[in-house]
Design a protein around this ligand. Sequence first.
Ligand code: UD1
Ligand code: MG
Length: 454
Amino acid sequence: MDNLAGIILAAGEGTRMKSRLPKVLHRLCGKELLRYPVELLGKLGVESIVVVVSPSNQDAVKALLGDSVQYAVQQARTGTAGAVEAASSVTVRGARDIVVMGGDSPLVTEDSVRELVEGHIEGGRQMSILSGLVQDGHGLGRISRDTGSQQGVNAIIEYTDDAARAGQTVEVNSGVYCFQADWLWANLGQVAAGGSPERYLTDLAGIASRQGDLVAAQPVDDSVEVLGINNRVELAHLEDIQRRRIRERLMLEGVTITNPSSVMIDDGVVIGQDTVVLPNTMLLGRTVIGSGCEIGPGSVIRDSAIGNDCRVTSSAMEEAVMESGVDVGPFSHLRPGAYLESGVHIGNYVEVKESRFAAGAVMGHFGYIGDASIGSNVNVGAGTVTCNYDGREKHRSVVESGAFIGCDTLLVAPVTVGAAAVTGAGAVVTKDVPAARLAVGVPARILDRRTGPN
Ligand code: UD1
Ligand code: MG
């Protein structure tokens, strides 16, 4: 959208969160609250975005958003009007209209803001307010309208001044506005302080109405969009709503989710068609899952990539990768740097960290593989452990393709087991095993395979 700038208000103290973390950095479905309006304005094509920060949260906010936006610092707690004023020196002067939004209303949609801006421009208005109809509207400003046939907006009345709403349906202010830029800067100074040092941006509705300027409120279709987050109860409530939206979108795209309310999927997780997500599963962060997989029950997967036709049963994965046709679990743990190539089978009680299993390698039972490279079609027996840490440093283990690691083998790294070599049950392998040889005992001795037990 041309000639449109954005201001995001994020300088409030957020005292009702009772937190050391700034309110706008709390997460909803894995994403910081402040990223919702920033990404929304980005999708609308708004190039110049000013985020208003406070002296106390500016470092944290800048660390999150970097130079994707500009910043203005609101030095004192002068309310939402003061926050917009702080942005005036930074906001591009060329912009004809300005969208102003709070940093604490993550459910508002791109479509609603686009319609607000379109209505604002078509109507030649000075001020447009995104509103919604809700029960009681606890904590939110109410849109006051004329009783005449036009039902024009004549003010926004803050909740504190207007407590007698219990049980009523009221039209409330979402905290998203579109202003004609010149009008905004010319009139902001008229907003007076009430009893407190906070000056309310919402007073501009009454000012516009009294001056005969064009002000209107446009209700959203789905009133949950207007809900804001001021405390952790509201955070949990809105997260529930957003999680349901995410699940429903994925289901409509072809993902089966059984017992949806028990499944938690972060914003931004990608899942392919015909994948089935079973109960009590959490799919978090930047996770990408292919098609035809079965995930869960009870799997927790964070920042991981899973190919097609994989199965992850009651297992945990973080920063791990599996190609296609891999199955894991139940009760295994793929930690950062685990990489399983196609057709790998990992059974129960296996922990893998910073290790690659080549195609077709199997490890069906309990054990630990860390800092290792397991060749193709290797069979790793139950109880195998890579002793990767000597108390000072980590060392690597290498098992070449086609090797057979007997049950309870300890691979004391650094060590290499050659291609098609075998280790006997209980072997403590402290030296390299050449290809096609047999290692047995404690510490392991190297034998020819034909003299060995198999
Ligand atoms: C505000 C609106 C209310 C609306 C609601 C929607 C005002 C006076 N009231 O109330 O009509 O229904 O949002 O959620 O605007 N902020 C600053 N600097 C400040 C104060 C606030 O940047 O000095 C920021 C906050 O970080 C927040 C946003 O402005 O992102 C809204 O402030 P908040 O204190 O949450 O206002 P509400 O009480 O929710
Ligand atoms: Mg708020």
